[in-house]
Design a protein around this ligand. Sequence first.
Ligand code: AMP
Ligand code: MG
Length: 977
Amino acid sequence: MKDIRQQLEKLTPKQRALYELMLKEKARPRQTLARRQGSGPAPASFPQQRLWVLQQLEPECSFAYNVHITVRFFGPLDVGVLERSFNEVVRRHESLRTTLGSEQGAPVLVVHPEVRVPLPVMELGAWPQARQLAEVERRTREESLRPFELERAPLMRGTVLRLAADDHVVLVTMHHLVTDRWSLGVLVRELMALYEAFSLGRPSPLPELPLQYSDYAAWQREQMKGEHLRKELDYWKRQLTPLPPPLELPTDRPRPARKSYRGSREFVRLPPSLTRALKAVAQQQDCTLFMLLLAAFKSVLHRYCGQADISVGSPIANRRLPELELLIGFFVNTLVLRTDLSEDPTFRALLQRVRTTCLQAYSHQDLPFERLVEELHPERHLNRNPLFQVMFSFQNTPRQDLAVQGLSTQYLLVDPGSAKFDLLLELREEVEDEITGWLEYDTDLFDGSTLARLHGHLMRVLERVAVTQEDRLSALPLLTEAERHQLLVEWSGPRRDYPLEETLHARVEAQVERSPHAVAVSFEGHSLTYRELNAQANRLAWHLSALGVGPESRVAVCLERSTHLVVALLATLKAGAAYVPLDPSYPPQRLEWMLEDAKPQVLLAQESLLGRLPGQALPTVLLDTSWDSGRQLSEDNPPPLASPDNLAYVLFTSGSTGRPKGAMNTHRAISNRLLWMQEAYGLGPREAVLQKTPFSFDVSVWEFFWPLRVGARLVVARPGGHQDPAYLASLIHEQHVTTLHFVPPMLQAFLQEPELERACASVRRIICSGEALPAELARRCLQRLPQAELHNLYGPTEAAVDVTAWACRREDERPSVPIGRPIANTYVRLMDGQGGLVPVGVPGELYIGGVQVGRGYLGRPELTAERFVSDPYSPRPQERLYRTGDLARWLPDGSIDFLGRVDFQVKVRGLRIELGEVESALLQAPGVREAVVVAREELAGDKRLVGYVVPQPGQSLDAAVVRALLQQRLPEYMVPS
Ligand code: AMP
Ligand code: MG
């Protein structure tokens, strides 16, 4: 504990002067501590009261407040004498004979005049050595997890494990109500003095104690009144207003509704050379080693959680009066050390901030933490500590030498299996320059491997700041070379030598040669063979060429789902051009913008939809009319026109500034995506793929072209059919569909269909993508359709549909379904706000690299420059990354966990929406002054957009009118309620 007087001895003269000044300032007349007057039970102290309250709230968790010490004695231990000594300590210290009772709803101390603590011996002499030590660990853990009955004295127990005649392990477990870490030192010191005396047949050498804990408890309550209390409270209220935000360390599992207090430890050791270097730095920087270690710890926490306002709890011995140093009892107080880490300071600057925090906190250390909690009354949670979630403790009291009567001793560090906080870093320097300790963590939240990594990162930071303190926090190195290599190289998608010089449609043409008579497309009871499809597409392609269409030109397509649509897309590619879907259901304003950006050469449409399009003078081919009658058009393949780096398609997605943006994708990029898919899933020629995704969404690209490239059948759902689960089920059944796609909310709806098992007997694989796939939904899908594989794919329209993939597994118990690993010839970088690589487990923004990165946004160079950036980790400067705006983290196995967005893009039923686009549409409505749109979670994982508007002063708004206006600008799915 950082007892002030002890620390003073370690300080530089300047530091000491500062402390002394500080102490003097506090040296006001205070009540002296004397024996309590009056009869009747003493009140419990503040910390005891708090434990007492916790105990009522969570009786099953009282084991979390067990304190234990495990000492091994080498030499001829006389257990009888040890037991006598032990009980003499119990006799001397009232606290060890105390339990809590209650009087008028408040806890009081009940001191039992006589209490015996037996010291049973367990014989392990006959056991092999390895088993003995395992047993010591097991017993320690068992003891530390075994609760005390708080009404029954004593709140301590001991056991001796005899390993050999001259080798014993003594386990002592006490409840925190009657002890603290300092007390353990008192206990051991007294025990040994008594043991020595008793074994020589002498009486106790220890003078009777002048005071007891109950005197302190009463005195503490007296102290915390009036002016002193007010001053302390004022300070802490200022420090902690507004309340510190909870520290959101990235956990391996979601936080359970209740803490179980189960925990584990990762042991830590700083080599003496490092310790010495750190001490030198501390001295140079005019601070204590405590402050330096805390600053290093905070900078790691900051990098892990990305938060700048970081509060860490720290115990303080709270034995400022010499009378108290002799007592066993619950004295320790907790200080909340809150530091602002914002603006990316250098470590040196951080150290000064931490120093100020600590010095101020020390000078207001009297206020019991529990009074503070009472005063601030933070919202109570059963799964989170109030005010801080992470604790730090550094103790530099020399270890006591217990050698006595031919005995030598060794403290054993045993993991007790419990944890009070999310995370605790406990360090001690008991031997000069040897810092050891542990990271104790809540095992409901963290895996051991995560803490092992955090431990490594803390060590790297300590090693670095021992050398220089000039790095900004964002630049403090966390990763080892091996970790960097893993992130940058090993976890990239596999390199594949795919034939990427080929265009998207060349493969289809090759397939036509292989299976001319196989059915290529079925739609509403009508079908086209490969040869028929190819012939129709060729005729249209030749026609498009005649209209001047060629590489890099765009062909707008405005058709409902039909065989015409398939012909139109294929023909556009054959003509060397890129297709631009115009969803006929979009409002005219949006279509107009899309046409403005896309500048298509030709429009392919159907007659019935022409009225929906804004008037324009494009050459138009109406595919549902006999557009080709009288034309002499060849049915042969046109010569290859497009090259792999020409555009294949441009898809418009929502734009945050109010205007949709067209993402450009090349043949090379989409070919890679399709070649990977075929390698990964092996679609066979007898299989059928359902095409139901609206063609303005990129999933439709693989739905159309994957089957056609491998000789499988494309089953086109009727217009509107994608929203009708019953229709889909019957179509799947009729057409023996083997492969289909769902966005998760639609999969959810689909799984509610009755008799799915029968309808979907042919289904071999379900591909999910578009938004996070809930683990529970994945499990249900695998359960209901056990013969089908379920894949979770991830990727933005800007990078050829998907860039990571994960095969869901039936037995998987993970809380979330990963998005998997990068696919062939692609890679992912997860970076923090400063472009640094985030370690495994830590959230970062997801950037995509590799062959699938798109070309940018059509006609929008600034936006393109903003989202398509150069790769800071590539030796080749032309290597670009697409910045997704998605938040994700690496899992230890190299797969990726999707976490959400860094911005205001949302997915509603898989549809990508920038809330900014909807807001800007709302602002266009007359009479609207301000507008906010949010996506609200509905039942069963569904979401809905909700818009809030503030009218112009003096105006009132009619929701129906606003809605009607929005409908003129936005697709129906973007219109909020
Ligand atoms: P889109 O361009 O429509 O494909 O939307 C891309 C965005 O959808 C991504 O940036 C993610 O935010 C989200 N997304 C796509 N697939 C997934 C997935 N499997 N899990 C979670 N989010 C996804
Ligand atoms: Mg996608």
